[in-house]
Design a protein around this ligand. Structure first.
Ligand SMILES: *[C@@H]1O[C@H](CO)[C@@H](O)[C@H](O)[C@H]1NC(C)=O
Length: 451
């Protein structure tokens, strides 16, 4: 009886819909919403389930039914994504993955292993596309023989990354600078043989292939935004258009002063430098452009002078007389290439000083190499300071390691409210294990678009 009735009903509907495309499609689009409205408003279900009076919830429920019905063709992942996209008004979740590696010191095989297990390169040493940014914090040269191969490989990766939407950020460490200065104390004689002669090596690292790459593809410091609304890497901070009331001689720094409530992502960025950004270093800002201007001008002076005979056996000739005071300070023990305070000073001192430097440089954590810990990556002050030199080269025999940062900005709630969840997961990667160092999560409100 029931079956016969349904058959009659279906044949009537079929006749009614004749000429229209895909009857069952229309049936499923029209009927479930009507049934839901009927249930809610005729049976007054919204008294029992007050959330049903919220129009957003009803829209959500209707969409859910719609997508449940059409789940097979979309697949369940497709359904989840489509449903989320509709709820968030079409705002896209944003994901950025960064891998950073410290001192490599002339060891290509170990460097290959590290970049492979961290997903930067494939089995053949080619860009694998799993990271958006690969960052190396300097000291590729010295204490090993693979100088030429390592710098050539970095440039090959840089090109491959760029071709697939990735970026390689390379830094000069104190050892690259020492070599540019003619301070060859840590150069192995076997490494000089890979260049042929001392003169060939001098040429190659000044005006030759390696030196030219240092001058155009390497910097001394970087600021890497976690989200593209802050601009591309190394966009100077503070922005010139903003007056942040910061003066260099402010003794009592009011940290919250730097944070603008209207720009909750202003400090969602990382700094990278080889040694460290000392709290008393004079040329921190604009960051990192001031440091990199000094670095460019000093490197130019070193690379285009008559190359001094290398020390040893010759006398150490030092910086050229034409170096300015600020350039001298760049290469000082308190400068970004040599500073060790963040690694060596006690917790109470570094954790008291770090916020000031983060505020000035527009960052939330600073990442550096230079001072090795052979057991692993060191995170201090809840991950505001991360030291990634683990003595990767066989010259040290430390552990192989890479730092991984997964950043997500995920829309939540309704489009009008512009709410997002910002999450950053920082982990240390080793060949056989992974250690989560920091998980930071917070809600932010705003219209964040790429600049
Ligand atoms: C900089 O890197 C690119 C790869 O993107 C490479 O082709 C180029 O030769 C490098 N620049 C110099 C001056 O070596």
């Amino acid at each position: 009886m029931q079956g016969a009735k349904t058959a009659v009903y279906q044949s009537q509907l079929r006749r009614h819909c004749k000429g229209l495309p895909n009857h069952s499609f229309l049936f499923w689009v029209l009927v479930p919403p009507l049934v839901i409205f009927y249930l809610v408003y005729t049976l007054e279900l919204h008294h029992i389930f007050p959330e049903l009076t919220d129009i957003k919830e009803i829209r959500g429920a209707l969409l859910k039914v719609f997508f449940l019905v059409f789940k097979p063709p979309l697949g369940s992942a497709g359904y989840d994504e489509l449903f989320k996209a509709v709820r968030s008004g079409g705002r896209e979740p944003f994901v950025r993955h960064i891998v950073a590696v410290g001192d490599l010191h002339g060891d290509l095989p170990n460097a290959r292993k590290v970049l492979q297990f961290s997903g930067v390169v494939d089995d053949f040493g080619n860009w694998a596309g799993h990271a958006d940014f690969f960052v190396q914090t300097g000291d590729i040269i010295d204490r090993g023989d693979d100088t030429i191969a390592l710098f050539d490989w970095m440039d090959r990766l840089r090109g491959q990354a760029a071709a697939s939407g990735g970026t390689v950020l390379s830094h000069l460490g104190n050892h690259e600078w020492m070599n540019a200065l003619g301070d060859w104390r840590y150069v192995y004689p076997t490494e000089i043989q890979t260049f042929g002669t001392v003169a060939n090596r001098q040429k190659m690292i000044s005006t030759g292939r390696i030196g030219r790459s240092w001058a155009s593809n390497y910097t001394t410091a970087s600021r890497l935004p976690l989200h593209p609304s802050l601009g591309p890497p190394n966009t100077p901070f503070p922005p010139q258009t903003k007056h942040l009331h910061y003066q260099k001689d402010d003794v009592e720094l009011d940290t919250p002063y730097y944070y603008d409530d209207n720009e909750p992502l202003s400090h969602s960025a990382l700094s990278f430098v080889h040694g460290g950004l000392s709290p008393t270093y004079e040329d921190l800002t604009p960051f990192p452009s001031r440091i990199n201007e000094l670095s460019d001008s000093l490197l130019r002076k070193l690379q285009h002078r008559q190359q001094p005979p290398p020390h040893p056996p010759n006398r150490y000739s030092g910086l050229p007389p034409s170096a300015t005071q600020a350039e001298v300070e760049l290469y000082n023990a308190n400068g970004p290439l040599w500073y060790r305070g963040w690694a060596m000073d006690p917790d109470d001192k570094v954790c008291a000083d770090v916020d000031q430097v983060l505020a000035k440089t527009g960052t939330r954590r600073m990442i550096m190499g230079h001072t090795p810990d052979f057991k692993g990556i060191v995170s201090r002050c809840k991950g505001k300071i991360i030291i990634i030199d683990t003595g990767i080269s066989h010259a040290y025999g430390g552990v192989l390691s890479a730092l991984s940062i997964h950043y997500t900005l995920t829309p939540i709630g309704d489009d009008v409210e512009q709410r997002w969840v910002e999450k950053e997961v920082v982990s240390a990667l080793y060949p056989e294990r992974q250690e989560v160092l920091v998980v930071d999560e917070r809600e932010v409100v705003g219209d964040f678009r790429a600049r």
